[in-house]
Design a protein around this ligand. Structure first.
Ligand code: ADP
Ligand code: MG
Length: 258
């Protein structure tokens, strides 16, 4: 009896040292089960390893979701794909596989406010996180403020490097607010640094022709567009506002009922 306890204690210690928490917490119970089902030693070990791997994958995805800072509710589950123009629906189908991220291509979504740009890119991002990809979501305003602070503290390159750790940086709402020249300079620095080194996803209400109002001078604007477009997929959401449509539907239903 004593020997059994000693074996368990050693096993616990070694599984801890090997960082195999799931095997540690389930080997006993699964050993009983293996006895009952007269499983071979190999099958027993396989069962344990499977549990450990599965648990690790789950933890990793959970960590990736947390680190992505994606809004949790904006997934394909809550997105009406039928609303997309046929061309965009086809594009989304292939984007979901994620190969373009491996190729470090960019993804740019254009359309009027409320057309679903943010929701669509977030849903795509969630789908890719579930496949184990590292993504980072940020509003353009927040990112720019973060970069400005970093620049002031002479830590700009450190922040840019941290973002390098993500396969995708999703910058939401470029140009929504009028930005100052200094603000746009740091954003340009980031775009230039990431060029061909990592995928950038952007949403914007403004077509390229209006980007000079974002980047202030024609040279910087052209350079920014050039880098973004070089290897990129462009989604044109020529749709009316989803919210407006929903609101109309509600009033129509109410009118019909009344
Ligand atoms: P944009 O970023 O283009 O301004 P959003 O993605 O923020 O638009 O969409 C506006 C609102 O409408 C959000 O609440 C979003 O969840 C919803 N929405 C937009 N398109 C769809 C869709 N196809 N299916 C479900 N909800 C949608
Ligand atoms: Mg948006």
């Amino acid at each position: 009896m004593k020997a059994e306890a000693a074996v368990q204690e050693m096993l616990d210690g070694q599984l801890r040292e090997l960082h195999l928490p799931t095997i540690r917490s389930s080997y006993e119970e699964m050993a009983r089960q293996a006895e009952q089902e007269t499983l071979s030693y190999e099958r027993y070990l396989l069962g344990l390893c499977e549990r450990e791997c599965q648990e690790r994958r789950l933890r990793r995805i959970e960590r990736l979701v947390r680190q992505s800072r994606l809004p949790l509710e904006k997934t394909f589950e809550t997105f009406d794909l039928k609303r997309l123009p046929a061309k965009v629906a086809r594009q989304v189908q292939s984007l979901r596989e994620g190969d373009f991220v491996t190729r470090k291509e960019n993804l740019l979504a254009f359309g009027k406010p409320g057309s679903g740009k943010t929701h669509l890119l977030c849903a795509l991002a969630h789908a890719l996180v579930q496949q184990g990809r590292r993504l980072y979501f940020t509003s353009c305003n927040f990112l720019v403020q973060e970069l400005l602070l970093a620049k002031r503290d002479l830590k700009l390159s450190r922040v840019v490097k941290r973002l390098d750790g993500f396969e995708v940086v999703l910058i939401d709402d470029l140009g929504y607010v009028q930005q100052s020249r200094e603000e746009m300079e740091v954003l340009f620095t980031l775009l230039a640094e990431r060029y061909e080194r990592g995928s950038v996803w952007l949403t914007s209400n403004l077509p390229f022709s209006k980007w000079e109002s974002i980047f202030k001078d024609p040279m910087t604007t052209a350079a920014a567009i050039d880098r973004l477009v070089h290897h990129s997929v462009i989604l044109e959401l020529n749709l009316s506002s989803y919210r407006l449509e929903q609101a109309k539907k509600t009033t129509e239903t109410a009118a019909d009922a009344g």
